[in-house]
Design a protein around this ligand. Structure first.
Ligand SMILES: C[S@@+](CC[C@H](N)C(=O)[O-])C[C@H]1O[C@@H](n2cnc3c(N)ncnc32)[C@H](O)[C@@H]1O
Length: 344
């Protein structure tokens, strides 16, 4: 048995206030219950020389360690030998500089560390978890805003698709990504065109092909990122059935975000989920997982899980999935719900 101590990034402490170590425990619990199959055991928070660490012990495989390296809050990992800490190299999946996720700041942005956690646990819960470290998954954010999830998916070298009804969000993303890629001298193509299906125009599509490295570009193996300006109810018209490994989204919180207004955007969060879910489930592949960040005050966990179950999904609600609730502000107590599409 090797004993490990993980140092939590100070940025996570700022985001989650005192909840950062607890959320790290929650993320590790899902990792343990899924890909690590109990090898991690129960983690806990311990102080070493006055500094809090998340500690756990187990016989981890090299792949387990690579998953641990991607834990959203992980700053550094050590093996514990008596009182001594021996650094363990963290081999993250990250393919690009981290300012891809941090540089954009705007009202209503989902925190990037939180988004990474949501993506991690959703993919780990899916049938595609085994391909996460080496494959190129396809992930949809059907309420993508200005693309925090899409950027995290791109960061991992996977294909990202997003849909949002707010034209300003789609335009902002279409302006941001090519500028960022140019500045980083990353090979890509990008452009906006009409999104047409069966002779109908559904909206506008921004599409980029991005090369994580020169070899992938030469081999024609670029990463595709699309953002559609459309209603999320159109998801099953836009995408083919069964094409996504995971759906990851931060649902509207049912509180006013200053600049946000307008008809369809005003729908209550649970009503929106109920209306959109059948389409989302359709584009998910069998064994695929959905992970949704919800505001417990407007979309109570139990009701949201019941909705997912009613939509033909299997909600994941074991102990491992119940540690994510945390306070964001007075109006928002955020939680995560995860469900999988059971193969027929
Ligand atoms: C919590 S925000 C997502 C923020 C995003 N993760 C980010 O960091 O930019 C929810 C998004 O849902 C979008 N939305 C609400 N109703 C929608 C609908 N019917 N179809 C598509 N998008 C919708 C809003 O425009 C908003 O961008």
């Amino acid at each position: 048995m090797t004993r490990y101590a993980m140092l939590v990034a100070p940025s996570a402490n700022r985001v989650y206030a005192h909840a950062a170590p607890q959320l790290t425990l929650a993320e590790l619990a899902v990792l343990d219950a899924t890909v690590a199959q109990g090898r991690l055991g129960a983690a806990e928070v311990t102080e070493v020389a006055g500094v809090p660490y998340v500690v756990f012990e187990g016989d981890l495989t090299p792949d387990d360690l690579r998953h641990v390296a991607n834990v959203s809050t992980a700053l550094a990992l050590f093996e514990r030998e008596g009182d001594l800490l021996r650094p363990v190299a963290l081999h993250r999946l990250d393919r690009f500089d981290d300012d891809l996720l941090t540089i954009l700041k705007y009202q209503g942005k989902t925190n990037d560390l939180f988004t990474r956690m949501l993506l991690n646990i959703t993919v780990q819960s899916s049938a595609s978890a085994g391909r996460a470290l080496t494959g190129r998954l396809r992930v949809l954010d059907p309420l993508c805003g200005r693309g925090t999830t899409l950027n995290q998916v791109l960061m991992y070298g996977w294909h990202a698709a997003g849909v949002d009804l707010d034209e300003r969000d789609v335009e902002a993303y279409a302006a941001f990504l090519p500028t960022w890629l140019k500045r980083k001298r990353i090979k890509h193509t990008a452009g906006t065109s009409r999104l047409r299906r069966d002779g109908r125009t559904l909206g506008q599509r921004f599409q980029a092909e991005v090369a994580p490295d020169k070899e992938s570009w030469a081999a024609g193996e670029a990463i595709t990122v699309t953002v559609d300006h459309a209603d999320t109810l159109a998801v099953p018209d836009i995408f083919k059935a069964g094409g996504f490994d995971a759906i990851v989204t931060d649902a509207p919180y049912g509180v006013q975000h200053g600049s946000r207004s307008g008809g369809a955007l005003q729908r209550s969060p649970l009503d929106l989920l109920a209306a959109a879910l059948p389409g989302w489930v359709r584009v998910l592949r069998p064994g695929g997982a959905i992970g949704i960040a919800v505001n417990n005050r407007t979309s109570p966990r139990a009701q949201t899980l019941a909705l997912l179950a009613g939509g033909g999904l299997e909600p994941l609600d074991s102990e491992a999935y119940r540690g994510f609730e945390h306070r964001v502000d007075q109006a928002i107590v955020r939680d995560i719900v995860v469900a999988v599409k059971v193969p027929a």
